[in-house]
Write a protein that binds this ligand. Structure first.
Ligand SMILES: Nc1nc2c(c(=O)[nH]1)N(C=O)[C@@H](CNc1ccc(C(=O)N[C@@H](CCC(=O)O)C(=O)O)cc1)CN2
Ligand SMILES: Nc1ncnc2c1ncn2[C@@H]1O[C@H](COP(=O)(O)OP(=O)(O)OP(=O)(O)O)[C@@H](O)[C@H]1O
Length: 199
């Protein structure tokens, strides 16, 4: 049942999704390269271990340039829908994929071979919009919030980083209690670091 908040967010989601779809190919190619540099430059970017990306769709900023430039000790993973949350599976170009219920390609691995969210060092999340406080507006399924709810009580890792075009920055309504804040957002233009300065 959509509640009042969903009603408020629906037009904002449509507007921001439309905006990211309107970018032309040359802008997308350039932005993906610049995004990769910013993701690699994060001071908590891991040198070893599992890192999660996503398969870009619906105009989302692409991660191929980042995937190709990862340190050799990092294993790139894609999200897999598993019951009500996300699990992860390593994926290299050429390996088998199957479409999930939203039509997004996922690695074709058995359930037993899937990795848990807590095994990721860094998770790069798709987003529809972000604000200057590190709040993320997603597609509205709550997948990333349910999967990383533990980060509301526990420190990183996994580090949570949104990837977006700068034009996805917007004023968002106050977050819901389940919204998991991002440590940073990387765009083609900047690293937006939202970590609290320790006093
Ligand atoms: N590339 C990518 N992968 C992702 C996400 C994402 O936002 N982007 N997700 C982030 O959570 C998860 C999947 N969540 C999703 C939630 C809704 C829709 C979607 O297209 N909804 C349609 C209509 C619903 C339907 O087809 O049943 C829509 O809103 O137009 C897609 C993915 C995991 N993988
Ligand atoms: N920790 C949680 N426990 C239970 N339900 C949750 C939790 N987090 C989110 N949800 C549910 O998910 C729904 C969608 O949440 P929200 O609008 O924040 O999604 P989103 O972050 O935009 O989506 P996504 O992560 O899939 O891109 C909420 O209405 C809520 O019912």
């Amino acid at each position: 049942m959509p509640d009042e908040r969903d009603e408020l967010l629906r037009p904002l989601r449509l507007q921001l999704r439309q905006r990211r779809r309107e970018l032309v190919a040359a802008e997308r190619i350039n932005a993906a390269q610049r995004l990769a540099r910013h993701l690699l430059d994060l001071d908590f970017a891991p040198v070893t271990g599992h890192v999660a990306g996503y398969w870009a769709m619906d105009g989302e900023i692409a991660l191929h340039a980042w995937q190709l430039a990862l340190p050799p000790g990092c294993t790139y993973c894609l999200p897999v829908l598993a019951d009500d949350r996300l699990r992860f599976a390593s994926w290299r170009p050429g390996e088998a994929l199957v479409p999930n219920r939203f039509g997004i390609p996922e690695p074709a691995l058995e359930r037993g071979a899937l990795l848990d969210a807590g095994q990721m060092q860094l998770v790069v999340m798709p987003l529809v919009g972000f604000d200057t406080h590190g709040h993320r507006l997603g597609m509205g399924g709550g997948w990333y919030d349910r999967t990383f709810a533990t980060r509301l009580q526990h420190p990183a890792p996994p580090w949570l980083v949104g990837a977006a075009f700068e034009l996805q920055r917007a004023e968002l309504p106050a977050p819901a209690g389940w919204d998991v804040p991002l440590d940073a957002v990387c765009t083609e233009a900047a690293i937006h670091d939202f970590r609290k300065v320790e006093s």
